[in-house]
Design a protein around this ligand. Sequence first.
Ligand code: FUL
Length: 507
Amino acid sequence: MRKRYTNLLALGALLGASVAMNADELPLVTQTFEYPDNEPAPCHPVPTQRQIEWNKTEFYAFFHYGMNTYTNLEWGMGSESPNRFAPTQLPNPRQWLEAVKAAGMKGGIAVVKHHDGFCLWPTQTTTHRCTSSSNTYAQQTNIPQAFAEAARDLDMKYGFYISPWDRNSAYYGTDQYVKEVFMKQCDELAQYGSDQFEMWFDGANGGDGYYGGANESRSVDEATYYDVPNLRDYIHKIAPMCVMWGVGGEARWIGNESGYAGETNWAMMERGATSEISSRNSGQEEGWIWLPGESDAKATSAGWFWHSNQSDLSAERLFQMYLETVGRNSTLILNIPPNQAGVLPESSVNVLKELGQMLETRLGNDLARNATVEASAERASGASRNYVAGNLIDGDIESYWATDDGVNNATITLSWDTPQTVHYVSMMEYIAKGQRVRSFKIETSEDGVTWTPRATSIAQTTIGYKRIIPLNGSTSASYDSGYTAKAVRITIEDSRACPLLHTISVY
Ligand code: FUL
């Protein structure tokens, strides 16, 4: 905002009273106000734009495919001959992505190098790669390329898993491995697309391995060995929106591989603290780093890789995982392993379709869009922004409801002219300005006068990017007949600063 000083007395005193000046000749001074729209100040820590975009991917797939698919192992030693990688047809990443899209997933991460060091692209860094196999299909395999192409075509997000630990490389444990093998492999992968959303590294401390024939145990200090800060900067120059997972330091493991996050789940962590490990499932309210949780879980029974004796988890079980991860401020990366033909088995494809239909039926029709919404408090509007309750149901994630500074509790009431059948309430904070809500409660009413608290057995604490509350209090019970309600009332009971929610949905 440009403003002309007109206080001539003050200016005269400043310049010396003898200087006579016409107001039109006075210099223009630029004054900027930090919050011209009366926007709430950030409640630190806050996510980077990259982390915000990453969070929006919510539910995506993991595809463990590689040497282990043909050796019936979960962790290959690194001594396997490349010839053992023998697809019975050309692997088809497009089929993988189509199947998970039908399940409501927005993207996927393909494992392109597991701990055995075998690479699924024609890397220049080692001969331990698919193109060294005598199998014709293996020689034509380039998973990163085919996967990225299919994802773009299907309008899905994509990324790659590359194991830092390499049980094949003779150099593992030395500087040469980091500079000449691992970093270069990450670089090669980044070149498959600047639009990648996540690069996945696992806990990578080394251990027993082949190591070029040494057959010994090698361990490294994961915190320093991989030169992560440099790697992260370098990859971000090529793929600016690529979140570096795990050791990469931009998103955290949720602490289990069973598909659940804590009911209380902060996106913040105090990295480096010993409590970090024990707090993975719930984050730390006082944490000073934005490190949101990701849950990795398997949709099949036998392991991360395909095994002939595997069975598929039911769509109902996967739906429960969804509620306990995406519904608890975590993303869900769900593993479905391709088989020896390089495709997802038909049984998995069918379960994925069923899951997609279930999500659509249960969480696809937002009743809030047709509700009347009111809040007990609304923040004063700014020059070009308001914070009215209507923002919660307008379908715009950039408009949000807020209260005035210092007002850390409020009620939001959604009502309908005719009774509705309600099962779930979903809430989303405007996390660009930090995760705030500490405690809330949800009630329903059949007449708008008498209120019944719902889901009281569930910790109604944090919200974050997204929180979904099953009103019957159970994430595992089969879909019941729901509650009849003419109104739903959400009370924000406590918040680290004035609460900011951009969306409330009722299903
Ligand atoms: C772990 C690995 O050791 C498993 O094999 C699998 O890849 C899982 C997703 O991450 O750290």
